[in-house]
Design a protein. Structure first.
Length: 443
């Protein structure tokens, strides 16, 4: 589910938050400010609670501001809560994002202030990896980061319009919908009473149906994500079952290096599993080569426990609706090979059954999960650029134009001179293009 690698962002070795992470008492507040060219990134540490909802922990997060907002040439339209994609290594954290060809860098041009947590176990907490797709816990951490970031910006003298947007793709789509749920349940409602607009894509909203599809196919196009999901559900259950009950013993022995060390990207982990149990150039590795037979029997004692937590962390098995979210746009490809489209179908059915109709679906992408992730970024830019909430029309009319770029073909021909990404989304045919020396795919 890794979209950042597809967007080809460049990490420039900005490791200040990791250094802070190794101190005994990490500093709370802004710890680093980086000019990323066209936008700024502020790294900060904030207080939240662990998955048990009680134990205090300190995590790291990032604030992204366009150059115009940073220089106070314009008042920000509002604040956006970003729910990050799948990451498995510390250097993939939001606090390392430096390129305009990322969700954060691209969306900064819309003049929203964007706030994104590094998540469980990344950045500050160097000893643990993330609790993957534990919905309520992850959404709580994301909301806490969002509100802490806004308080820090207020102290810095920044102001913004009274507009809140909620954005996420893939894993971020799952946690973004959980943010909608927590807001509906009035989590910290005195500080976050509503969400005006939510742009969500490619999320595993029904983890149980997702599991059933994997069993039927006996194949996962993303072994790293499956390992993260199952390990996280085992963790959610208090280790009543163990990784050894699901995965082959020799793979479990590699877990500390592959996941707990947080040194390896999702792509590296996938290739490791493919090479160990098949061939690196063969992406059709059967699941039964690296998971045990118990995985395929949901009535077994092992899978009964895991299925319970798959449903607990899904969004379609309890009666609720995002009644404090103004509108939701879903983006999901019908041929998504990583997160089957059935996830969106079940989410839409759930919303309608619970009386929520303020949503629309864009299923026009013909690409797979990663290509649709790029489409999602461009779609989000377009939607946010045209979104004008009631009551703040004047503020939005005063917002300056988005950042413009020269766009080239792969053979070096200048196709568009000083064109916004929003205009590029409307004009470019499918293909690969070059912006600021980096490739970007138009699916």
């Amino acid at each position: 589910m890794q979209v950042r690698s597809v967007l080809l962002y460049v990490v420039f070795g900005l490791i200040s938050t990791v250094v802070v992470a190794q101190t005994i008492e990490p500093t709370i507040g802004i710890v680093n400010r980086t000019d990323c060219g066209g936008f700024w990134r502020y790294d900060f540490n904030y207080e939240t609670v662990d998955v048990d909802e009680v134990s205090p922990i300190v995590l790291s997060a990032a604030i992204f501001l366009s150059a115009n907002v940073h220089d106070r040439k314009v008042k920000a339209k509002g604040c956006g809560l970003i729910n990050h994609f799948t990451i498995t290594a510390d250097d993939q954290c939001p606090t390392h994002v430096s390129s305009v060809l990322t969700l954060e860098g691209a969306l900064a041009s819309t003049n929203y202030i964007l706030i994104e947590s590094d998540g469980f176990g990344f950045g500050i907490d160097v000893e643990r990896n993330q609790k993957y797709l534990q919905g309520r816990a992850t959404a709580r951490v994301n909301i806490d980061a969002f509100l802490a970031g806004r308080k820090l910006l207020e102290k810095e003298g920044y102001t913004w319009g009274d507009v809140t947007v909620n954005i996420g793709y893939s894993q971020g789509g799952h946690s973004g919908m959980w943010v909608n749920r927590l807001v509906a349940e009035e989590y910290r409602s005195d500080e976050l009473p509503k969400i005006d607009y939510c742009i969500i894509g490619g999320g595993p909203y029904d983890l149980y149906a997702h599991y059933q599809q994997l069993v039927l196919d006996n194949q996962s196009p993303n072994p790293a994500a499956l390992a993260l999901i199952l390990s996280s559900m085992i963790d959610a259950g208090g280790y009543k079952v163990k990784n050894e009950d699901i995965f082959s013993d020799d793979l479990v022995a590699c877990f500390p290096e592959l996941f707990d060390s947080k040194r390896h990207s999702e792509g590296y982990i996938n290739t490791f599993i493919y090479e160990r149990y098949g061939h690196a150039d063969d992406r059709e590795l059967p699941l039964d080569q690296w998971v045990k037979p118990s995985f395929f029997d949901e009535k077994s004692a092992v899978m009964k426990e895991i299925v319970y937590y798959l449903k607990q962390n899904s969004l379609v098995y309890d009666s609720w609706k995002p009644e404090k979210t103004g509108r939701i746009t879903f983006v999901h490809a019908r041929n998504d090979e990583v997160v089957p489209f059935i996830n969106l179908e079940h989410m839409a059915t759930h919303l309608l059954a619970n009386g929520y109709e303020a949503f629309d679906v864009d299923d026009s992408s013909e690409g797979g999960h990663k290509d649709t992730g790029i489409y999602f970024v461009l779609k989000a830019i377009s939607l946010l650029s045209s979104f004008v909430p009631t009551g703040v029309e004047e503020l939005f009319r005063e917002s300056p134009a988005e950042q413009k770029h020269d766009i080239y073909s792969l053979d070096g021909r200048l196709l568009f001179r000083q064109t916004t990404l929003n205009e590029a989304y409307k004009s470019l045919p499918k293909g690969i293009y070059v912006i600021k020396g980096q490739k970007i795919v138009r699916p």
